[in-house]
Design a protein around this ligand. Sequence first.
Ligand code: BG6
Length: 487
Amino acid sequence: MQTDSSFTFVLFGGTGDLSMRKILPALFEAHRAGGMLADSGKIVAVARHAADRSEYIQWVNEHVKPHVSKNGVDETAWAGFLNRIEFVNIDLGKAEDFVHLRDAIQDLPGIRVFYLATGPSLFVPICHALASVGLNENARIVLEKPLGYDLKSSNAINDAVGEIFAEEQIYRIDHYLGKEPVQNLLALRFGNALFEPLWRREWVESIQITIAEELGVEARGDFYDNTGALRDMVQNHLLQLLSIVAMEPPHSMDSDSVRDEKLRVLRALKPIDPRDIGKVAVRGQYHSGVIRGTAVPAYATESGVRPDSTTETFVALKVEIENWRWAGVPFFLRTGKRLADRVAEIVVNFRAVPHSALGASALRAGANRLVIRLQPNETIRLYCLAKQPGEGMNLASVHLDLAFDQFFREGQMEAYQRLLLDVINGRLALFVRRDEQEAAWRWVEPILNEWKVSNKPPKPYASGTWGPAASSAMLAQHGTCWLEEEN
Ligand code: BG6
């Protein structure tokens, strides 16, 4: 991915957690790889927690360096990276301070990117302040999630930002879209003639999408307790994955063709009737338990969490898509913290053969299944039935594996690296358009409302398990079960 596009990358929240763990390491990787960032490109960190550039560089050395290059840091590349960094200390709450930012960047070359790695309450004031000093012209703005708390608040942010930046200047990040395997899903579906004809209700019985984490809320108790898994993971990552799994083939990979097709899926999601919520949605909260041999505490005792919290840390849903391709096929979505394993995967369960000429053992052995493992260990596994050796016709389920790291040993990119390069190079396809975001909120909101009105506590589950029993029971009603395999 060679580029000669020069840029000035302004990072608001330059000493925040996201900058430290993701954004600056991703920019470093792009710098280290060579040829991805124009030599003249600059990073301008904006923060209050450092007095001047040398203090900021010291902070970067202490806090960012440990997060880069797992295999050791290339010191020459690191020094070159630090040379790209400038620093501006301004108070983000004071619009008049933005004059200093303008003065600092006005002679820097290339496209301007403003990355808002700050709390969402600062999005609108920052945009107004940028406009007040004319910095919104010919610039791109990157917004991190969460973008709002519900449809109303997300619309309020989008309206306010939209008064200052045109939609094609706005890059809404959903880092799942930058993950290599998610890209590969597009390649699998639309680059191969084999799967697409089967990718429909006639051949697919059900689809599962799981994003399971072993981690708890870590240091984000305050934020998470006001958010919950539905807002944190379902409204964005899971619905984005669902839309890519279910979308029609786009006519090209240009940004609007892909996003138009995803939007059609989001708009076709069958609204959840509040009376059915108990049948199609499960919410849970982790209690204490053991993960990989270590005892871990209950959610309600985590720092920043209210002891009587009813926030969900687990969600399982049955979703339907009301269109010709998918009518009647259940999509089961699930996400949770402190689960038995860290895994993100998509499971396509195909229908069994209509008539088994091979007898009862064929039926017992199951049906075809395609498992797309996004993380860890990106693999695609296709389950088929084969005859067991020996006398008689006894079938067993066997699988074909495609492990990507066996084919491609180099060139893997972290999600943030790809997405930041896309912003710098003006590629919008992997960013969420406003209408997609609205459609996702619109679908999620009745679930949030019903949970609020009914005020039932979430179902408890022990840390280190796969969530509340009700999640498995929901699938059992459809004659299926979650795929839970060892990594
Ligand atoms: C973030 C959520 O968007 O995604 C976190 O806010 C979650 O709660 C994270 O842990 C998971 O991302 P990944 O890439 O580690 O699967």
